[in-house]
Design a protein. Structure first.
Length: 109
């Protein structure tokens, strides 16, 4: 589970602004941010997600939020509109994530 110190306040504000959502959706957005944080953290094999990767948490959370109700679906067709979903929300970011994967942390004292 993630550290209780992480509040996602900046990420929450960004998601709400991009998706034009109101405060009543905060619980859902925070849950999606937590899920994506854990996905990134697990992929890179670290205890925490570095600040420079938090944009991936935010952007993948937006993608995950937008496909609510279509989890597991590869595409959705309605009339002439076809929406394709990526099954791997981190795929567009793997090249960047791989640079951090299992990389030892540098700590300054």
């Amino acid at each position: 589970m993630i550290n209780n110190e992480i509040t996602f306040s900046a990420e929450l504000a960004t998601v709400k602004k991009v998706l034009e959502l109101e405060n009543s959706k905060d619980d859902i957005i925070l849950e999606v941010l937590t899920l994506q944080y854990e996905a990134v953290r697990g992929y890179i094999g670290r205890e925490t997600v570095p600040t420079e990767l938090m944009y991936i948490v935010t952007e993948s959370a937006i993608a995950r939020y937008n496909r609510r109700g279509f989890e597991g679906a590869e595409q959705f067709d309605r009339d002439i509109l076809r929406t394709k979903f990526s099954m791997d929300l981190l795929k567009p970011y793997k090249e960047h994530l791989d640079r951090f994967k299992n990389k030892p942390l540098v700590r300054f004292r």
